[in-house]
Design a protein around this ligand. Sequence first.
Ligand SMILES: Cc1cc2nc3c(=O)[nH]c(=O)nc-3n(C[C@H](O)[C@H](O)[C@H](O)COP(=O)(O)OP(=O)(O)OC[C@H]3O[C@@H](n4cnc5c(N)ncnc54)[C@H](O)[C@@H]3O)c2cc1C
Length: 450
Amino acid sequence: MQDKEPITRALIIGAGIAGMQAALDIANSGYEVVLVDKLPSIGGRMAQLSETFPTLDCAQCILTPRTVEVGHHDRIKLVTYSEVEEVAGQVGDFRVRIRRHPAYVNWDACTGCGLCQEKCPKRVVSDFERGLGRRKAIYTLSPQAVPNRPVLDRESCLHFQGDRCRVCEKVCPVGAIDLEQEGNTIEERAGCIVMATGYDLYSMDRLGEYGHGDLANVIDGLAFERMLSASGPTAGKILRPSDGAEPKEVVFVQCAGSRDPELGVPYCSKICCMSTAKHAMLYKHRVPDGQAYVFYIDVRSAGKHYEEFVVRTVEENRTIYLRGKVSRVFEEGDKVAVWGVDTLSDRQVEISADLVVLATPMIPGGGTVQLAKMLGLHADEAGFLSEFDASMQPVETLRAGVFMAGACVGPKDIPETVAQASGAAAKVLSTFARWGKVAEGEAAARAEDL
Ligand SMILES: Cc1cc2nc3c(=O)[nH]c(=O)nc-3n(C[C@H](O)[C@H](O)[C@H](O)COP(=O)(O)OP(=O)(O)OC[C@H]3O[C@@H](n4cnc5c(N)ncnc54)[C@H](O)[C@@H]3O)c2cc1C
């Protein structure tokens, strides 16, 4: 460690529930935190969820108090729409260069009134809505966004594409639009770093037997979450993407890509048995006369009250669980044909479905591997971050002063993510406390010398 006094300030990369929990634990203990996210607002994937298993809490209702607390915290500096470019130094004094992407909006002047979004004439497909909804070229991720400041997407903005449109600039009541804005870099210093870059879902394009992502009525689990969400593109109604009709037969496919070494995903994605049971249950809540089918290899519902939740899905919601793999999914008229095998009865199964929902695997969040290289951390073959000691030091990395939490370490649900984030925060706090004790000891020794 360096001779100078170490810096008791933490930098966290990723502001999903893991990064936010770690930030709050550290900041509420009296230390400063810099919280970086590549997206314009915080909350991560949890902001896309509808209700959470096993309690069926409204995700937004339990997330929003956290995002608001983080957003207003005196000791948390939010650096969103930004990415870490370089990390120099060492434990006690990391120097982190961060690239801030241009939002083309002066966030200090902006009041978040939303007029620019309302009047913007250009609509594009929204990633946040998993392709089921649209957003404007100038946008916030969701109505509950923290910070509630828009960004302008240069690739879709008419002005940047050569048109004369400057509508956002004209309607902004406080002159906050800045079409000449450029990105910049800032440097932040921190004694410890926490990695919390979360997960993405495996792309459906690579799943040939399920139609390569080309079939309108075959969607992934996060798209179904958006459909279930009251603030989502269908206002919580279950509607077929192709024609807006209410689907009466829905097939849910577990392990759609997971546990398949040939696809590079030999591991179990861990949350899908529960998220699928939740999807089947919530589908029946929305469409009581509908029928849900679940194809599964086996049901892994280890967790407090998890098994009971799956049993409710089967018994109370009359979901038909079929043990077996799906061999092919293809369009047949306005239906989706699902061919599979029921290995318990040893029979071929063919279902003419209105909608198919694939539980695709969790993979490490974009940029995790590059960040790992930059920081000198190890990642496994799938790209998830490796522990210093998976049994005894599960939130420590091979690099002193760098900790990790959440789905960037491996697939996990929210309770496990939150617990691990508090574990990482505790490691940061104990490191700071140790430095404090050393400093106290040195001061006492100096006082004795006088
Ligand atoms: C379909 C589905 C349904 C689910 N339902 C439930 C449920 O009901 N109950 C439950 O307990 N769990 C559920 N989960 C799991 C839950 O989503 C995760 O446990 C949780 O979101 C993990 O949080 P995280 O903070 O680790 O990651 P994330 O939520 O992915 O957050 C990571 C953050 O890091 C940011 N980031 C990524 N890369 C970078 C980078 N390079 N630089 C800066 N920032 C970066 C991202 O923008 C994001 O904000 C579900 C998952 C799926 C797929």
